[in-house]
Each structure stands twice: as structure tokens, then as C-alpha cells.
Design a protein around this ligand. Structure first.
Ligand code: KG4
Ligand code: ZN
Length: 382
């Protein structure tokens, strides 16, 4: 079967076509995964501007759909929109739409678009939790045939602890299987990605802040810098699994304001600060994730969300798991205990809802009645 996944919860308009063979032991092939990013547009506001994002989604959706279908091998006639009444129905068996959590106007744009398509093609529509999408792409493993994927082996994966870190969320999730989730901790204020974005803005780095801070931090060559910065690691040693990143943002602002103008603008300061911000966030995320993995006897750790694209976070988590006093149990080879998608699949994309759509469709069989599907900006994984 073929599932079309649509994602518009924030500032990416994304559509993917996923082919699934053998439903009982599914094998997946990503036929297309098209993303129109609005990051440049929002850069001047230092964050996503919801009404502008909605307008862009409306503009982008038909174009991204045409491209996604075309790349999946459909003979769409670009001169004649697939949305026009006389166009033929593509070989799509179901549609999956992210209906939350996210920005209300953005979610609604995607939901309405998906409903129209489902109606027109007479296929089921499955509403998807954005965070489940982030989670499940981490479980995709490439098979020996390069373009094919399957899910990780359930026996050696679950129970798993998932760290989901994006622009809007930072959560630790206990996962007992696909569809069996319990949020055991989350941020009490800013999300990890939001902290990257806001502190980047203080330093005059572009939006999105995560990749900009990672790039600045990576440029440090000498360890002999005169500039010493020590940021706090908020809630790192508290007994719960919650996070708090707003204090970190304030600490960055105070340090910045305490420096002479010349230093504030210097590459040396910006890079040193970027490195310390990144490290402070990583230290807290890793400490809590490993403790959760230990306390819940996790067999693996799943990493998902835009911040999971951060190479230092991936590297240091892999490194720390080797000789930590909190090693997850199970008999997987060490490197395999951390499950994470390639960086380009960690940030928002249409494959996320398409994949989650497959598992939710098999659960509910026929998707939900169209008129009951609504955007749910505060949807919670549980
Ligand atoms: O999951 P995502 O694409 O969108 C939301 O669901 O929010 O995550 C976007 C967030 C942004 O805050 C961005 O700064 C952060 O992920 N991000 C990164 C990296 N790439 C994206 N943070 C740290 N390092 C990265 N390489
Ligand atoms: Zn996301």
C-alpha cells in the first residue's frame, strides 16, 4: 500500500509518499519526501510567525503535493493541478495528517487540505501526533537493500526510553512498544530547540538557532581562548525527569550584556558562547536520558525531534553510554542501543506522519470519520 503523509505543524510544508509491503512484517520504501522550508522567511522575526506560516502553507501545499507525487512516479501533469476535479486519482491508499501538537493556524491548513484530498480520492484519513512521528522515524532501520527500511526488532528494543527534543517540546517518553507511550518527564518552560533559537538570537546568529549554534561551536580551533564562560545546567541533578531551559537563556543574556560591545561582536566570544550553550543543553539531556534508561531498565534509547540532528548530542550520547554508570540493559551491541534517524529525517518531514499513519491505520482499520478530525494544538502523547 501507499500512504501520503502531510506535515504542516510549524514552518515546514512537507509531504511524503511511503510504500509499505507485507503488512505483518512491514518493509518500507520512501518514494518521495519533499520539504518546503519557510526558515528564511521567519529568520527576520527570530522565530516562527504563525499567520505568515499559515499563508505559506496554503501557497506551498499544492506545489509540494505535485512534486511528492511526481517523485513517487505518478504521472501528474504540472499544468493541470492534481487538485482539479478532472485529474486522475493517484495510487494512494491512505492519507496521514499531523493534527497536533503545533501552531493552530498551521495545523488547520494541513488538516483542511488533507480532508479535501481524502474526500476527492475516497481514501481513509488518519490523524497523527507529531511527536509519535518523530519517535517512529528513529526506529526505522535500513535493510541490506539500500532503499528499503524495516522497524527495529521489538524484542531487543522495548522497553525504550525516547528523548524527543524539538522547537516546541522536550520530553522523555517510556515506550513499551509501538503505540504504547508514557511521558515520564518534560520541560517546564522552554523546549531545548527553543533555547537554541532564543540564545542564537541574543548572539545575533540566524534562525533556526540550533544549526547556527552548532556551526559556530564547531569553528573553535584553539583551546587557549581568553574567554571563559560557565553556564548553569538547569535541573540536571533533580530526581524527576523534567527539564527547564529558560534559566539558561537568561544566563546567556546576562553574560552577553556584561561584556563590552567589542567582545560581544567578536567571533571568539560568539563561538565560545555557542559551544557552552550547546554543551549545557547536551549535558542536561544526556544525564536525564541515561538515568531514565537505567531506572526503567530500557533496552534502547530513541532520539527524535529537530535537536536530535545535533551531531555533538548524537556523538556524546553514544560515547557516554559506553562507560556510564547508567548503561541500558539488554544484549544489543553497544552502538545499536541508540536509535536515531539520519539528521535530515530528525527535523520535520512528511515521512513522520506517513510512517505513524501506517501503524495507526492498521490499529483503526479505516481511519476516522472526516468530520471528526480536527487540529489539536495541545495534543499530548500518551
Ligand atoms: O522538530 P523540528 O524540526 O520542529 C519542531 O517540531 O519544532 O525542530 C526544530 C528545532 C529548532 O528549534 C532548531 O533550532 C532545532 O530543532 N535544530 C537543532 C539542529 N537542527 C535543528 N538544534 C541543534 N542542533 C541542530 N543541528
Ligand atoms: Zn518537530
Amino acid at each position: 500500500m501507499r500512504i501520503l503523509g502531510i506535515e504542516t505543524s510549524c514552518d515546514e510544508t512537507a509531504i511524503a509518499v511511503l510504500e509499505v509491503k507485507d503488512k505483518s512484517k512491514p518493509r518500507f520504501r520512501i518514494l518521495s519526501n519533499v520539504i518546503a522550508s519557510q526558515a528564511k522567511l521567519h529568520a527576520k522575526y527570530g522565530g516562527v510567525y504563525p499567520s505568515l506560516a499559515k499563508r505559506e502553507h496554503e501557497k506551498n501545499l499544492p506545489v509540494v503535493l505535485e512534486r511528492a507525487l511526481k517523485e513517487a512516479g505518478e504521472k501528474t501533469d504540472l499544468a493541470q493541478s492534481v487538485l482539479s476535479p478532472s485529474s486522475h486519482k493517484p495510487a494512494i491508499d491512505a492519507i496521514a495528517i499531523t493534527h497536533g501538537p503545533g501552531l493552530d493556524p498551521c495545523l488547520w491548513t494541513g488538516v483542511e487540505f488533507a480532508k479535501d484530498l481524502a474526500n476527492k480520492w475516497n481514501v481513509p484519513l488518519v490523524p497523527i501526533d507529531h511527536m509519535e512521528g518523530h519517535l517512529l522515524v528513529g526506529l526505522l532501520q535500513q535493510t541490506n537493500k539500500n532503499d528499503k527500511f524495516q522497524m527495529t526488532n521489538a524484542k531487543t528494543t522495548f522497553p525504550a526510553i525516547a528523548l524527543l527534543v524539538s522547537g516546541g517540546h522536550s520530553q522523555l517518553v517510556l515506550m513499551k512498544g509501538i503505540g504504547k507511550y508514557k511521558v515520564i518527564g518534560e520541560t517546564r518552560d522552554d523546549a531545548a530547540g527553543e533555547c537554541f533559537d532564543k540564545t542564537a538570537r541574543v548572539l545575533g546568529l540566524p534562525y533556526p538557532g540550533g544549526p547556527a549554534i552548532a556551526a559556530a561551536a564547531a569553528k573553535i580551533r584553539s583551546t587557549k581562548s581568553e574567554i571563559r564562560i560557565q553556564l548553569p545546567r538547569p535541573m540536571m541533578h533533580t530526581k524527576d525527569y523534567d527539564f527547564s531551559f529558560s534559566g539558561l537563556k537568561t544566563a546567556v543574556l546576562y553574560d552577553y550584556q556584561s561584556r563590552p560591545k567589542k567582545i560581544q561582536k567578536s567571533q571568539e566570544y560568539i563561538r565560545a558562547m555557542a559551544k557552552e550553550i550547546q554543551q549545557a543543553i547536551i549535558d542536561v539531556l544526556i544525564a536525564k536520558t541515561l538515568r531514565a534508561a537505567y531506572e526503567y531498565n530500557a533496552k534502547s534509547i530513541v532520539l527524535g525531534g529537530g535537536v536530535a540532528a545535533n551531531r555533538e548530542l548524537r556523538r556524546q550520547l553514544r560515547y557516554n553510554i559506553q562507560d556510564t554508570k547508567y548503561p541500558p540493559t539488554g544484549d544489543l551491541p553497544k552502538g545499536d542501543k541508540i536509535l536515531v534517524a539520519p539528521p535530515e529525517l530528525c527535523t520535520d518531514n512528511g515521512l513522520m506522519p506517513a510512517l505513524a499513519g501506517f501503524f495507526n491505520l492498521s490499529k483503526k482499520k479505516h481511519g476516522e470519520a472526516l468530520n471528526r478530525i480536527a487540529a489539536k494544538p495541545n495534543l499530548r502523547l500518551n
